[in-house]
Design a protein around this ligand. Structure first.
Ligand code: AMP
Ligand code: ZN
Length: 138
């Protein structure tokens, strides 16, 4: 499925140009137009899925299977010391483009990129109940 008003669907099919680093019939990876760091890239399925909640297992398996190779290629080329691989789902989680994508954010010591959060404290009783409740859904 392709969505008419989706910018990443247009990038996927080449209607909007992108600095592509990897492409198959099903996926495209390209450099982020507003990178957090040099080499910041995204990989998308060419089919439209709003977010991870909509993604099917087969597409998920395939897209995540190419993550290590892309990460290594970016690392080798940029010489980054580390990398954050992350993806956002829903506006509340920072998603701005509603077409599933995975970020590759190269990191170097002293850069100004921040993807951290203040650590909370788990309620032990709730954790036991919550873990079981989630497990029951899987
Ligand atoms: P997110 O906030 O997780 O939805 O990430 C969306 C990302 O897409 C942001 O990092 C944007 O800079 C990036 N982006 C938006 N439009 C384009 C574009 N035309 N080409 C490349 N990257 C884009
Ligand atoms: Zn799309």
């Amino acid at each position: 499925m392709v969505k008419d008003d989706c910018i990443f669907c247009k990038i996927a099919n080449g209607q909007i140009p992108s600095a592509t680093i990897y492409e198959t019939t099903e996926f495209r990876a390209f450099l982020d137009v507003s990178p957090a760091n040099r080499g910041h890239a995204l990989i998308i399925p060419k089919q439209h899925f709003d977010n991870v909640f909509m993604l099917d297992d087969e597409t998920a398996g395939k897209i995540f299977s190419v993550v290590p190779a892309i990460a290594r290629a970016i690392q080798e080329e940029t010489g980054c010391e580390g990398m954050n691989i992350l993806q956002n789902n829903g506006a509340v989680a920072g998603q701005t483009v509603n077409h599933f994508h995975i970020h590759f954010v190269p990191r170097t010591k002293g850069d100004n990129v921040s993807v951290t959060w203040k650590q909370g404290e788990a309620d032990k009783d709730d954790s036991v109940k919550l873990a079981q409740a989630i497990k029951n859904r899987l």
